[in-house]
Structure formats: C-alpha cells, structure tokens
Design a protein around this ligand. Sequence first.
Ligand code: ADP
Length: 481
Amino acid sequence: MWAIISKLKNKIRNFRFAKSLRFRIFFIVFLVGIVPCYILSEIILGSYEKRAVDHRTSEVQHQCTVLADHLFTSDYLNDVSNEVVTTELEEVSNIYDGRIMVVDAELKVIRDTYSISQGKYMIAEEVVRCFQNKESTSNYDDRNNFIEMTTPIVSSETGDIVGVMLTSVSTESIAATLRLLMIRIQYFMIAIIIIVLLTSFTFSRMLILPFSNLSRAMGEVKEGFDPDRLSLPDYTEMEALSEAFTHMLSEIRHLEDSRQAFVSNVSHELKTPITSIKVLADSLNMQEEVPNETYREFMQDIAAEVDRENKIINDLMTLIKLNKEAPDTLRRENVDIEKLLEDIMKQIHPIADSRGIELILEVVRPVVAPVDKTKLSGAITNIVENAIKYNIEKGWVRVSLNSEPSFFTIVIADSGIGIPEEEQPHIFERFYRVDKSHSTEIDGTGLGLSIARDAILLHDGAIRVESENGEGTTFTIKLPR
Ligand code: ADP
C-alpha cells in the first residue's frame, strides 16, 4: 500500500517537474540537438547500403551477362565438359563469394558451382519469370546478406532463351562495413548526446536565471524590500512582468494605506460625539442640584450629539453600500429630471428660507433619462444642501438643467464662502472638510460629497467643481442620457 502511494507521489512530482519551464527548454534543446543527428546517421547508413548493393549488383550482373554469352557460344548447355567455361564459372563465383547455377530450358540444373543441386530441377519463381520475361532480375536479402539474380542465356541466332543463370553473391563485406560504420556513428552519437546534454543543461539554466532572480526579488519585496530592486532588464517580457508586479504592489500598498486612513477616520469621527455625550453626562452627574433649565439644555446637546452620531453612521452605511454595488445593480427607470429637481428644491426650501437664501431653478432643455432616482436625488440633495450650508446670509443658490443629444448637465452654483483652490482636489475624499474652523460651526461629516461622487460614477457620469474663495462655488454634474 505504502509502496503504491509513494509511487503515485513520485509520479505527481515527476509531472510537476515536467511542467517546469526549465525542463521544457532543456527537453526542446535536447530534441533539436539529437533528432537531426539521429536522422542524419540513419540516412547515411541507408544510402551507403543502397549504393554498395547497387554497385555490387551491376558489377555481378555485367560479369554474368558476359558469362551467359560464353555459355551460349561454347554450347555449354548441351555439353558441360568445356573446362574453360567451367573454370570461368567457378572463378566468378569465387571472386564474389557466391554460387552460380546454370539452368537449361527444361529447368534442369546442368551446373552448380556448389555441386549440390546439379541434375535437379529448379522451379524457383525468379527462374520461371526470367524465362517468361527474357530479362535479368535481382533481389537483395538484407537479412541473410546476399543478392540473388537471374541472367537469361539468349540465343544470338534466334533471340530465344535457352537457359538461365541463377547467381547468388554474398554481401557480407557490405554488412561488415555497415557494422563498422554503425559503431563509429554510435561513438559519435554518444559524444553528441553528451555535448547536447551539457549544452541544454547550461542553456536552460541560463534562460531561466532571470525568472529565478525575479521570483527571488519578488519574495524579498514581499518581505518588505524596496520594489526598485525588481527592475531587472534581462528580457523585455520580464521587464513588463516586473513593472506590472511593482504597479500591483504599489496599488496594494496604496489601498492598504487608504484603508487604514479610513478606519482611523471612522473611529475618530465616531468617537467625537460619544466623547461630547460623556462630558455632558458627567458634568450633569457631578452637580448635586441641577436646575431644570440646565438639565434640559444639556439633554438637548446630548440629543444633538446622538443625531450627529446617527448621521455619521447612516452616511457610512450609504457609502459602503454604494462602493459594494456594481453599475448593473442600479435600479434605472426613466425619470423626468426637471420634476426630480423640483421635488428636491421643494424639500430643501424650509432650510434655505430659514437663512434667507434664494433658491432658483432654471431649466434650459428638460430631459427624461434612465437613472436610479433614489441615488441620484440623494447626490443632488447633498450638493444643494452644501450650497445652502456654506452660503452667506441672504445669498442665492441656482440649479440649472440643460441637455445635449448624448448627455445632460446639472449645474449647482452658489454665492457662498467658496473653496480655496488648494483644497478643491480633496473635497471628494472621505471625511475631508475644508477649514476646520468652519467645521465646528457648520454641521457635517465630510462624507456627503464622497457619497455624491460615488453615486454619479455609478451612473457613468462625472462631477467637477469650480470655486473662488469668498465668491461662491459651482458644481457641474454631467450624466449620459
Ligand atoms: P460635509 O458633511 O462637511 O458637508 P461634504 O463631503 O459634503 O462634507 O463636503 C466636504 C467639504 O467640502 C465641506 O466640509 C466643505 O468644507 C466643502 N464644501 C462642500 N460644498 C461646498 C460649497 N458649496 N461651498 C463651499 N464649500 C463647500
């Protein structure tokens, strides 16, 4: 059981190894080095063998044709006592380490240089075919190392075949040369394999080195090293990779920083009203005889602080909800924007009236657009409320609506205290409040604009602020139709 498990583990480990880039490079370089060498050696051996056999065949064939002529002219087929021809036959068969059989028209072997089949009948297929086709044949048997050929003995008078010479010659010498060549090639291949192994090992190591360096540098960055150390200009691709990693890292760090800033802001903002409540309650507790008015006054202050805490929590919850939502979760419906603005103004009128601020609504071109009514009206309300909050006594707030073919704009301008230029880029940040002296006088959480901007971005819109310190502020909201 354990043996099987360890075998399986090994297999998986092997598989992981095969997945490594280094192994693949090693394998490819190895293949590219070895396979052509192997193919080349096979081609060389094959072509040598073919050439050698062809050469031997044509040489023997030529000798046999000459012999066949002699056989006919000396009338050897009818009288085998001709010593000259017999010696000639023997010589040729000795030179080529072979055997020659002379077969007459009755398929009878009249001469065999081995003297084994003499007098017997030869009905071999090649012999019969040679009689029929009147042409020589040759057949190479590479397993038993011989070439067998037939040569017709043709009558020079009639042109008829009067007999066939069946010759077989040994190719042992060719095979021996082949074996020698093979041994040499094997040595050569072993040398090549060793060289290729070493080359591919070094090559794969060299190619993979930048990757190992990068992953080591990434590891060090993870442990808190400077991300600049990631700039390894080895390959362009690696540069892109390390750049992407550095970018991602700084994004993560930025996210982490802003998360921490957000948490500490939240705790601070939530703590402030509670501290006030505690101070108010303690001072009430410490006094023995508290007059009714003081008691009431303190309780009103405590209630105001509770309201403030409540507002912060509500704003936070809205913000978190907006951030969690994807644009496709917007509950869009066709909304008459003029009507929406009128409703907001109606709702806010009492606050404006209490400070003698004039509210003006200007509609240049009305528009009906698919928006999330609740979210958009929340965002606009917040901006209009700000325009009243940060305004001067008897000032004005003007809301105007205009539309173009593909988008519409809502402009909220006021005659208020304005925002200093250097503060303008920050006003959409969470908990950001301009000028802390105002923030003690004017109630607010610093979350309103952040919520408004998130709602507008969810609608694929944009918001811009223009302001002159002491002169007034204009917010421009641009939304697609
Ligand atoms: P708050 O709850 O403080 O109003 P906001 O996020 O709505 O928070 O606004 C952020 C800050 O931007 C405010 O504290 C205020 O200083 C400034 N601000 C916003 N609107 C106006 C405006 N219309 N005029 C002047 N200052 C403004």
